[in-house]
Design a protein around this ligand. Structure first.
Ligand code: FE
Ligand code: CA
Length: 526
């Protein structure tokens, strides 16, 4: 629950941030009152739909619809509540496809995770929720095609530090009207930035470590009108990176070297808050400190998306210890453990699940959606040793070789890796042996920058990139996202940037455009 202090602060923030004509909809039509039986003690002056709506987990016959009841007088909500919903064939709700009641669970912060079935494949729907006299903003979501699919437009984005900017990039992504959006991690930041670089501030003024604080963090992000608009525009798939819990954590191992049993309590709180605020199916309900979010989604015969969890099952960071709780640079000499084949970024069970899902895929394209940079990105140090950043796939080289070898040997159709985490745009060729400059790429990697989070030093990174010829493109000085237009024959990805992430009204521009032809891995600058 929001504390009263935080709620008041959020109310102030929302009043400043929301446009004069709010996203809130018209009064409830009379016909809907039948739904509001459990709403009697509710304070009617207080809008319960302040966090907007979202859709996720698209299938040919439905999707998951989300909202969370978060009125300022949240204590009045009490136990579980039934709220009304409608799904329509068109945006004016004259042709209703389904209506009924959905449960807002008090144990999960009055969030709703409605698993809708019985819809038609490959078409858009519009949906909204009701409680008492209030009606939510209208959301749109597209079901996955059942078989043949001619085209898909999907966005991918990551790293939206609220304190580092406004979410103009989210608004621009919404305006591109994607069929699907992939959130690839660092959807929230658990930390607080006390530096002058912060252009707006996280509520609570402290790092999120408890369920109440993580809930406040998500509630603050979800009150942002641009993020609300993006969720109302398209269904999404979500994976997490580190900042949904703690910077640079790996499995049960924290950056601050907490005993794993202690850290797992914090992780459980963070995972629960993630579930409460994302359009996830019941299969993702948290149990204890665990939560299954990796899954695959088929978009007809065009695409299978393999959505991975790069944090929960990670082996401990290489040479973890005092001063090395999070990401750091190691070499083979300093840390032979780095190349231990028993170490895995995905965990061996998820690895096996992924290899099987790739081999069984009948789709023309296979997108591997995950959180961190996969390409080798290593510079040679004065001692002649190559330095590896332990936090990305460079820290798990044996696992990376296993995956890329599988892509090659099992002849997986058109693998494309998308990721986030490092606040830069990348286009890379992926191959089992990065030292073999002549070897063809087996997969294409594209990373679509960060929504707001500050990027790594451009010149320093470029010097290292120059030693990694499989890196085709790098840019860390601008913020934005990627949007891909996929057909059976080709994938065209645009890297989109905002002029100034600290300006909520910032316009957008295209930084670069890449084309990957079916049957030929690698991104070509268009
Ligand atoms: Fe980040
Ligand atoms: Ca990260």
């Amino acid at each position: 629950m929001l504390s009263r202090r935080a709620a008041l602060r959020l109310a102030g923030a929302a009043a400043l941030a929301l446009p004069a004509a709010p996203l809130l909809a018209a009064p409830l039509p009379n016909t809907i009152r039948v739904f509001s039986s459990s709403a009697r003690q509710f304070d009617w002056r207080d809008d319960p739909f302040t966090l907007g709506v979202a859709a996720g987990a698209p299938r040919p016959d439905g999707f998951v619809l989300w909202t969370r009841l978060a009125p300022l007088s949240e204590a009045l909500l009490g136990g579980d509540r039934e709220i009304g919903y409608e799904i329509a064939d068109e945006p004016t709700f004259r042709r209703i496809a389904q209506r009924g009641l959905a449960r807002a669970e008090s144990g999960f912060a009055h969030s709703v995770h409605l698993e809708v079935r019985g819809l038609q494949p490959g078409r858009p729907y519009w949906y909204r929720f009701f409680l008492g006299p209030w009606v939510s903003v209208i959301g749109r979501a597209t079901t996955a095609p059942g078989s043949a699919a001619a085209a898909l437009r999907f966005g991918h984005c990551s790293c939206a530090n609220y304190e580092h900017g406004y979410f103009a990039a989210y608004r621009h992504l919404a305006e591109e009207e994607p069929d699907l959006v992939l959130f690839l991690g660092d959807y929230i930041y658990e930390s607080v930035d006390r530096s002058p670089a912060a252009v707006r501030h996280h509520s609570d003024g402290e790092a999120a470590t408890t369920l109440a604080l993580y809930r406040n963090r998500y509630a603050q992000y979800r009150r942002d009108p641009d993020l609300q608009r993006l969720h109302a525009t398209a269904a999404c798939l979500v994976t997490w990176d580190d900042h949904e819990v703690q910077n640079d954590y790996a499995g049960a191992w924290s950056e601050d070297l907490l005993p794993p049993r202690e850290f797992l309590k914090r992780r459980a709180a963070a995972y629960q808050a993630f579930y409460e605020h994302m359009p996830l199916p019941a299969a993702s309900r948290p149990t204890g400190d665990a939560m299954r979010i990796y899954t695959s989604v088929d978009w007809g015969d065009l695409l299978r998306i393999h959505l991975l969890d790069g944090r929960q099952y990670r082996s401990r960071g290489a040479c973890y210890g005092p001063g090395k709780g999070g990401g750091h640079v190691e070499t083979l000499q300093s840390c032979p453990e780095l190349v231990d084949p028993a170490r895995s970024l995905l965990g061996l069970e998820q690895e096996r699940w992924l290899y099987r899902g790739l081999s069984e895929s009948r789709a023309r394209w296979n997108v591997i959606a995950q959180d961190v940079l996969m390409a080798r990105m290593q510079g040679t140090r004065p001692d002649g040793q190559r330095g590896a950043w332990t936090e990305a796939w460079d820290g798990y080289p044996a696992a990376r070789t296993r995956l890329l070898t599988h892509l090659r040997d099992a002849q997986i159709a058109n693998p494309v890796v998308v990721g986030g985490d490092n606040h830069a745009f990348w286009a890379n060729d992926l191959k089992p042996d990065f030292d073999d400059e002549k070897a063809p790429a087996v997969a294409t990697e594209l990373i679509g920058g960060s929504i707001t989070s500050h990027g790594p030093d451009y010149d320093a990174t470029m010097r290292i990139a120059a030693q990694n010829p499989h890196v085709r493109f790098f840019e860390s000085r601008q913020r934005g996202y990627a949007i891909a237009d996929l057909t059976p024959a080709r994938m065209e990805t645009r890297f989109q940037v905002v002029a100034d992430a600290t300006d909520p009204a910032s316009p957008k521009a295209t930084l670069a455009r890449f084309v990957t032809e079916s049957g030929k891995a690698g991104a070509m600058l268009a």
